[in-house]
Design a protein around this ligand. Structure first.
Ligand code: BEZ
Length: 256
């Protein structure tokens, strides 16, 4: 899931991901519905993570290959019986092999979207479909602004470490078309997302690219400050946290 080539590496742990981010796969089921995989179809799951959602595509009868750059997550996917491979989306080797491509909550880690889309398009058979969901412009805006503000107070340039790509629908549609796709459907979905392990659990799993090289004490202090800055806006009265997610969901098909 960590595909950014020009920013600090995300250090995924399958165990931490399972604890703090199970909701990612659970909320991804509607994206599988958009894919509507058919028995026997070959599907490429780009950024398959620990395979929790890949398993749902497999359960619908498709023959799925999952790729992810994290060994820890790929091992977790393999433990579910998934054909998962450690692979960089910027170096995908596939040529016209898959009936469909799929991606949930991974494309926003790919800061070179054109290279990713070119490789995904090349992996698909003629008229192949590509269905995905990612963060859109404005995704985690409050969370990321708090991170940047606290890092600045600690003398760290958070913008230089920015790890995500959150496009507008118009921008991503244009990119899809540039790579030969026709956009069949695209939706911008504001989706305040409950965080089962709170803001600290979310930050521990997803904010690592901002904290590379920061020692443990300062890291702990930064994350505490970010959490307390966000509490008035994202923590409810009963103490439950919600992340300010905005999704971009699309279904596209190669024109030829
Ligand atoms: C997301 O799924 O939108 C997301 C996950 C981690 C970091 C940023 C965004």
């Amino acid at each position: 899931m960590n595909e950014q080539s020009d920013s600090p590496a995300q250090d995924w742990s399958a165990e931490g991901y399972a604890r703090n981010a199970r909701f990612v796969a659970e909320l991804g089921e509607p994206v599988v519905d958009w894919l509507a995989p058919k028995p026997g179809e070959r599907v490429l799951d780009v950024g398959c993570g620990d395979g929790a959602l890949t398993a749902s595509i497999v359960a619908r009868g498709a023959d799925v290959v999952g790729v992810d750059s994290s060994l820890s997550l790929v091992e977790a996917a393999r433990a579910r019986g998934i054909d998962a491979r450690v692979m960089d989306v910027y170096a995908l080797p596939f040529r016209q092999e898959f009936d469909a491509g799929f991606s949930n909550a991974a494309l926003h880690w790919m800061r070179e979207p054109d290279l990713a889309l070119a490789n995904i398009a090349r992996a698909l058979k003629p008229r192949g479909r590509f269905v995905g969901e990612m963060g859109a412009q404005g995704n985690v805006a409050a969370i990321s602004t708090a991170i940047l503000a606290v890092l600045r107070a600690h003398g760290i340039d958070g913008e230089a470490r920015w790890p995500w790509y959150f496009p507008t629908p118009a921008e991503y549609a244009e990119r899809l078309e540039t790579h030969g796709f026709v956009v069949l459907r695209m939706e911008l979905i504001p989706r305040p997302t409950p965080l089962p392990t709170g803001m600290r659990g979310w930050l521990d799993t997803f904010a690592n690219p901002f904290l590379a090289g920061v020692n443990d004490d300062e890291r702990g202090a930064i994350l505490e400050e970010v959490t307390s800055l966000l509490a008035p806006s994202l923590r409810g009265r009963a103490g439950a946290w919600t992340a300010d997610y905005v999704r971009l969901r699309f279904a596209a098909q190669l024109e030829r």
